[in-house]
Design a protein around this ligand. Sequence first.
Ligand SMILES: [Zn+2]
Length: 455
Amino acid sequence: MKKTWLLGLLAFAGFQLSAQTEAETFREIYSQALTEQQGYEWLRELCSMGPRFAGSDQATASVLHFKAKLDSMGFETRLQAVKVPRWVRGPQEQAWLIQGIDQTAMAVTALGGSIATPAGGLRGNVVEIPSFEALDSLDLKGKIAFFNIQMDPSFISTGYAYGSAVKQRWAGAIEASKKGAIGVVIRSLSSSINKYPHTGSMAYADEVKRIPAAALSTFDAELLSKSLKKDPGLQIKLQMACEWQDSVYSYNLIADLKGSSKPNDVIVVSGHIDSWELGTGAHDDGAGAMHALESLYLLKEMGFKTKRTLRMVWYMNEEFGLNGARVYAKAAKSAKEKHVIAIESDGGGFTPKGFSIDASDEMVEKLKAYRKLFEPYGIYQFSKGGSGADIGQLKNDDIILIGLRPDNHRYFEVHHSALDNINSVNAREFTMGSASLAALIWLMDRDDLCVGCKS
Ligand SMILES: [Zn+2]
């Protein structure tokens, strides 16, 4: 009886000790990250090199620059060649609202992949399209189609709001051209009214005539819509000199920290290194790339030895074709590499709120048990859901896919626009993301929390 009591006490003390140790470890990781803020300095350095549109010299230069840095820090690095499309925006994108002799300049940008307008510009009458359902009854012959579909502000998640409106960007040119339109302008996918146009990839269909496609700032979309109500005969003029060139080679960057006892089990922590070129991709996805790097750097610097190999991957060209992620997944499969966990940060550098988990219900439940450890740091979301476009390429039954979920209320104000620069990233908010990833990786590796990992 006495013995049982003693064992119970020891077990209780042991539990207390291990619980305290976890909390202490978390505190150490977050303290170190917030005190040092090394990742933010790297992000600043990355952004100072300019935009990193896939196929551009800067995109490749930034990969090579950080490869050398990681080599000197003791990571095992390698480059992985990726063939990427090359589309160049060209100089001076312009649009005017024309009413009689009055011409009002509007803020515009070509959608990624668009053809150019004729050299003298494209001028025409405008038909406003409030929804794809309304398209059937509209005559667009010889007109410029104006998709004015707002990101639904009633959604709590701006990601869902984006999803509710993004079709106009990728399918607008195809659908408008089928109805005879000569060009298309869309309302920028922005959650606020501002004068910055937001770009993003668009598509053409083989059998449908290609027409120029651009995005107006939300401010100018409102202006055009109001002006059309007063004067349906008004015209707009669009001038863009973008062009397609031959595909080029660039690289994914891979950096390993070898695991101590299970080096063949790989935990990927990743983001995409390419960005759009209106800003410098500080949030999308410089922040994610640096979250990946800083989380591994923190564990290494603080002397945590993981059982499994930690691998940072920076994918080249998420924005304009997912080429890097596809190349990475294909190579990993043919080399029969065992990926047990893949984490992606591609939601910006805002305050992290939690994780979205693409795994079995059982695994999601196990991860939810970590919530109490993370709550003091404002991390409470452990929900089943999509992870990310890049790591989605690795999906199978034996891998846990996890997306970092930062606060998203401001993300779509800057996303794919000139506002996505280092000034829009707060160092502490960003750093909380790196620390959260480091803490999660440490915990999952320690607890063997992956499919078939419990020995
Ligand atoms: Zn992104």
